[in-house]
Write a protein that binds this ligand. Sequence first.
Ligand code: SF4
Length: 575
Amino acid sequence: MYLKGVYMDELVWRANVHEQNAVTDSVPPTWTKLGGRGLIARVLLDEVAPTCDPLGPYNKLIFAPGLLVGHMITSCDRISIGGKSPLTGGVKESNAGGSTGLKLARLGVKALIVEGAPVDTRWWILYISAEGGRYEPADDLVGLGVYETAQRLLERYGSKVGMAINGPGGEMRLSAAGIMNLDKDLDPSRISARGGLGAVMGAKRLKAIVVDDSGGAKPPIARPDLFKAAQKDFTKGVMDHPQTTTYADYGTAAMAHLCDGLGGLPTRNFSSGVFEGVDKISGEAMRELLRARGGEANTTHACMSGCTVRCSNIFADEKGKRIVSPVDYETIGMVGSNLGIDDLDAIARLNWELNDLGVDSIEIGAALGVAAEAGYMEFGDSTRAMELVDEIRRGTALGRLLGSGAAIVGRVLGVQRVAVVKGQAMAAYDPRAIKGTGVTYATSPQGADHTAGLTTRSKVNHLDPDVQIDISRTAQIKMAGYDTLGVCLFATFGFANAPNAVRDLINGRYAWDVGDDVLQSLGREALQLEREFNRTAGLGPEDDRIPEWMTIEPLPPHNSVFDVPDEELDQIFNW
Ligand code: SF4
């Protein structure tokens, strides 16, 4: 079917874990002009019963590169992974950097759809290459952490492959489990974290998917001159944007001071929006620390080939020995200030453990915050936090509870202050101080997800309830569009500087003759499909709400509550 180094037509790959086969199929016409997040919503609507058990035989695990993936355009090779979420009960797309997207695209994979239920309790690796797909036993890897698993698979398959790995969290089918992807340096560090997709992979009994693109090639470009000019324009737009320097210097950790300044940095289980220890865990503090430590420490690192933003980092200990890569703001916020921990070394070590377990640091940080409030740890006690994470590793009842996410921890331990929407934990932006992001949390079909429409950089009064719907709507449409293209959030500054680049890249790549509004129209389509899936799955307007306690309990220092009216939330998608 494939010739070495020659790109053939895009195909849908179906891997049925019951039949243990992997077959290719033509792309249905209604799927052709979608990729990434939008395509996942389309596949779910077309093929997955919305009321199915997320961990049962009828759910599907979908890997879909975005429409622009495959060309090493800066920061535009993300992989979207999706399915029905065991955490929210609705649609789920969780995207990540690394090499999985690029390698699938170079094999001509429009979507890899894992379906069915295994016949027994054995574990498997799904190996995908230009020759097709095959299953290989993985029982020797059961129980191993993500890092050791990656090491063994690299020894087995060589260093040219991409991988999506399931950790112990996914093996235990924990709702906080994600799927870890190799970065360009073969470090399994780029997690499709949110919504419990690792549990879906665990239910399919897949320990890893290995992607060998050695027989593949770059996807074809219909109009090379147009594509090349747009790529140049976009790259210049990225390089010229001041935020690119900020992200290169401080990474996402730059957000710590910004959010603290806005009074929206989750602190001690969302009981305050400012943290007295912020100076110790900020992007500035981390940069200074890593520069002083040297060795393997690196303040600027790219997760994928071709990324010029390089927001990632390598965190090393006092001897310059790598602890983990990257330490991102979300982990700093949720495992740091949200637990009252002001020690970057402790946060980095917790981060490594969570990565190795293959679980979402946002969801676990939120769950630990709730557990702390219930008396299971003192805020600020990083040793106890590590012990609780170890409970997850050991699969104890308490560990499985924590690994099931903040909502269920709150219910079981009798804590009301639980920051979730649709059962999924909020990220490190308190919606009472950053209300536009609160609107996104409430109304995104993805549940509380900052990447669905972050508003922190909008030039508005973030406390004013009257201006938030518009900025959230705009951000949600744009992000759904970018997630359909496979574009990293931090590359979107480049598109802001090069307004025709999205249109020209699409027309250059596919010759579709799309117009100026292509980003918005892709975003709207994705959101509409997602909302339709959620509706038929039983999620209604009553689920598009911030928890009631956040509308009552004032958040210091502004003593604000979330007060965007429900009627306005209900109108946000009436464009
Ligand atoms: S900007 Fe950061 S997250 Fe985005 S592609 Fe580059 S390194 Fe990865």
